[in-house]
Design a protein around this ligand. Structure first.
Ligand SMILES: *Cc1c(COP(=O)(O)O)cnc(C)c1O
Length: 434
C-alpha cells in the first residue's frame, strides 16, 4: 500500500519509507491510499473472536500487502501482551481501560507496534548499522517509547527530558532501563529537548554518520494500531448486549487516538458517533463551533498529556473528511473541562460509583455525562492509570491510589541518566562519540 502526504506536495511513499521517516518531506502527515471496509461476516461474528484475532484482521487490512502474514501476526501478538477491557462505571457509561500495558497508558500499543515494525524493516533491508531513535519527552511519550523499544534488536533509543520537570514515576520509567535505552537529562526545558532533536535530524554530519529516526506520535506505525482496541471494545460491548448505539468518547490532545477510531469507523465499525473531550486547550471544540481552526499556545492543566495547542493529527481528521466541516460535525462533537471540573468529576465518580478516574479519563467521562443522547450507551477511553497522576487523583478522592505492579517495578530501579546541556554542539558531540 502506498501512503500520500496530507500536504500533497511530496510523492507517495511505501510503508517502509513512511515508518522510518515519520513526517513527509513536505511536512504533511502520511495517510494510507485506501481504507478497506471489513466484511459484514467479520462484524457479525466479532464477539466470538479474541483480541489477537481481531487485531490481526485489522492489521492485515492496512499492512497485509507489505508484511508477510506470519510476521505481521507475530508483531501484533507481541505488541498486545496485555488486554484492553471494558468496565461498567454506571448505567449507560462504560470505560475502555487502556492502562494495562507496561507503562500504564494507551501509548504502549502504538510504541510497541512501531518498535516491532521498524525492527522488521531494518532486518529486511540488511542494515548493518544500528538505527538510533531520538525522542524528546515531557513525560509520558518517553516512557512508552523507551519500553516499547526495550531490547529490540538493531535499534538504540535516546530519550531527552528536561531536568526537574518530569515526575519521579515518569522519570523512573525511562531512566532506569539501561540496555539499548539511554536517557539524557537536559539542563533546560521540554522545548530545548525538542529543539535538540529537530536540529539533529537537520544536521548533515550527524545524518551521514548515523541512521536517525523519530518515534513521534504522527508516525503511521504508532497511530494506526490504536484502531485495534476500538474493534475489541465493540466486540466486548456487543457481548454485553449493546448494539450499534454506542457513542465513543476520546480524551484528546494531539488527536492521534481519536483519528484511529475514525479510521475504524471507516472500516465499517458500527460505532454511532465520536465525542472529543478537551481540557482548557479546546482548539478542536472551537473549530467545531466556528468552522475555523485557530491554533494557540497551550496552557498547563491537570490533564497534561492533553495540553496541546496545535493538534498535529488535525490534518488527518480534515483529510479524512475532505475538509468538509459539516461532515466532521456530523460524526464528531466536542466538550471541554477546566481543572476544577476535572477534579470534581474524579471526586464525584469515586464517591458515587467507586471508580477511580485519571484526569484525562475524567474529561471523557464528563463529556458523556453531558453529551449522551437518549438511547445511547457511552464508552470513554480511560487513557492512563490514575496512579500516574497520583497527586491530583489522591487529593480528589481523599485516599491513596494503589500503584499497579507494572509501575511499582520501575520504582526500585536505579536512575541511569546522563547529564546534558541544552547546547546542540554538546548533544551532537555526544551522539558522534557513542
Ligand atoms: C497522549 C495522551 C492523551 C492524548 O492522546 P492524543 O492521541 O494525543 O489525542 C490522552 N491521555 C493520556 C493519558 C495520554 O498520555
Amino acid at each position: 500500500m502506498l501512503y500520500y502526504s496530507t500536504n500533497k506536495q511530496s510523492p507517495e511513499a511505501s510503508l517502509a519509507e513512511v515508518v522510518t521517516r515519520g513526517l513527509a518531506p513536505d511536512r504533511g502527515l502520511y495517510m494510507p491510499r485506501r481504507i478497506d471496509r471489513l466484511s459484514d461476516s467479520f462484524f457479525a461474528g466479532i464477539d466470538r473472536l479474541s483480541f489477537h484475532e481481531i487485531a490481526c484482521r485489522v492489521a492485515e487490512a492496512f499492512f497485509g500487502e507489505d508484511i508477510p502474514r506470519e510476521e505481521l501476526e507475530s508483531i501484533v501478538c507481541d505488541t498486545l501482551s496485555f488486554d484492553t477491557p471494558v468496565v461498567k462505571v454506571r448505567d449507560g457509561i462504560w470505560s475502555l481501560e487502556l492502562f494495562h500495558g507496561p507503562t500504564a497508558a494507551f501509548k504502549d500499543v502504538g510504541a510497541r507496534f512501531m518498535a516491532r515494525m521498524l525492527a522488521h524493516f531494518i532486518g529486511r533491508s540488511g542494515h548493518k548499522e544500528k538505527v538510533t531513535v531520538l525522542v524528546a519527552t515531557s513525560g509520558d511519550t518517553g516512557s512508552a517509547v523507551a519500553n516499547g523499544f526495550l531490547g529490540v534488536e538493531g535499534i538504540d533509543v535516546v530519550v531527552l527530558y528536561p531536568k526537574g520537570k518530569v515526575s519521579e514515576i515518569q522519570e523512573k520509567q525511562f531512566a532506569t532501563l539501561g540496555r539499548n535505552i539511554t536517557a539524557l537529562e537536559v539542563d533546560g526545558t521540554f522545548d530545548d529537548c525538542q529543539r535538540l532533536v529537530k536540529s539533529a535530524f537537520l544536521d548533515e554530519e550527524l545524518t551521514r554518520h548515523l541512521t536517525l529516526t523519530s518515534a513521534n506520535s504522527i508516525n503511521v506505525a504508532r497511530f494506526l494500531p490504536q484502531s485495534f482496541y476500538y474493534f475489541h471494545a465493540y466486540a466486548q460491548m456487543k457481548r454485553a448486549g449493546f448494539g450499534n448505539d454506542v457513542a465513543v468518547c476520546v480524551p484528546s490532545g494531539n488527536f492521534g487516538n481519536i483519528t484511529a477510531g475514525l479510521f475504524a469507523k471507516r472500516m465499517g465499525l458500527p460505532v454511532k458517533r465520536f465525542i472529543a473531550a478537551n481540557n482548557r486547550n479546546d482548539i478542536f471544540l472551537q473549530y467545531l463551533r466556528t468552522g475555523v481552526y485557530t491554533p494557540r499556545p497551550s496552557v498547563a492543566t491537570v490533564a497534561n498529556a492533553m495540553d496541546v495547542g496545535d493538534p498535529s493529527n488535525f490534518a488527518r481528521v480534515l483529510d479524512l473528511y475532505g475538509g468538509d466541516w459539516q461532515a466532521i460535525c456530523s460524526e464528531i462533537s466536542g466538550f471541554r473541562y477546566d481543572d476544577d471540573q476535572i477534579r470534581d468529576g474524579i471526586t464525584r465518580v469515586y464517591k458515587d460509583y467507586g471508580y477511580v478516574l485519571d484526569p484525562h479519563g475524567a474529561c471523557g467521562y464528563l463529556a458523556l455525562e453531558e453529551g449522551l443522547l437518549p438511547g445511547e450507551t457511552g464508552l470513554f477511553l480511560e487513557t492512563a492509570h490514575p496512579a500516574k497522576f497520583r497527586d491530583t487523583v489522591e487529593a480528589a478522592i481523599g485516599r491513596s491510589v494503589e500503584i499497579p505492579e507494572q509501575l511499582r517495578r520501575f520504582m526500585d530501579g536505579k536512575k541511569l541518566s546522563l547529564g546534558m546541556t541544552s547546547r546542540f554542539e554538546d548533544f551532537k558531540a555526544y551522539l558522534l562519540s557513542r
